[in-house]
Design a protein around this ligand. Structure first.
Ligand code: 3PG
Length: 208
């Protein structure tokens, strides 16, 4: 279901919030722009509370946890309502935990050996992180040519300017990133700007 939904709106905005009310306003703005699959990154003290608030009070949003570094964080994220897990790197424990729950998991990989290890763990979706600094779309094309049944979610350095380069690659299931939730606009309460960015990304995505 998550993967099906990503096909229609292949953009996953990152939400990094200190306050659940701000997180809720941010996801409402993203949803108004057509994006409803959201990754809450575990990089603030309030991240778990924000994740839980979205899971409970925004039921039309599919919320996942990002920057999940340990099994404990994965377990807590799921208790708080996460529907998918994203990690910057490949942690076997996190992957196996998600697989045991039949839950989507996107561990970060960059090299052919890392993709191979993910593939050996039974994964067919991974995050490509940090995409921009790891060779970008050209590197992803090279990896995709050999790992023909692997799907990638490039994240890290994705922006409105290069979204199309990634989404044009058939193995790219979605792109993730923080460009849709600029801290400055959120701090200023300018949630319309977030909606506009989401809408722009969706239009770009639907051109592919
Ligand atoms: C992540 O957590 O995936 C990255 O920090 C996202 O990178 P970005 O800020 O360049 O989108």
């Amino acid at each position: 279901m998550l993967l099906d939904k990503l096909k229609h709106a292949p953009v996953v905005p990152l939400v990094q919030a200190d306050d659940p009310d701000v997180a809720l306003k941010t996801v409402a703005a993203l949803k108004a722009g057509g994006l409803e699959i959201i990754e809450v990154v575990l990089r603030t003290d309030a991240a778990m509370v924000c994740l839980e608030a979205i899971a409970e009070r925004a039921p039309d949003i599919i919320v996942g946890a990002g920057t999940v570094l340990s099994l404990e964080q994965a377990e807590e994220s799921v208790r708080r309502g996460a529907q998918f897990i994203v990690s910057p790197g490949l942690n076997d424990e996190v992957v196996k935990y998600c697989q045991s729950r039949d839950m989507a998991v996107f561990p970060g990989v960059v090299t052919a050996s890392e993709v191979q290890r993910a593939w050996n763990l039974g994964l067919r979706t991974v995050k490509f992180f940090p995409a921009g600094l790891s060779g970008g779309a050209a590197m992803l094309k090279a990896l995709s040519s050999v790992f023909r049944d692997m799907q990638f979610m490039p994240t890290g350095g994705v922006s409105a300017a290069n979204l199309n380069d990634y989404l044009a690659i058939p193995s790219v299931i979605a792109c993730g990133g923080s460009w849709l939730t600029p801290q400055q606009e959120i701090d200023a309460g300018n949630f319309d700007a977030v909606t506009a960015l989401a809408r722009e990304a969706l239009v770009t995505a639907q051109q592919n």
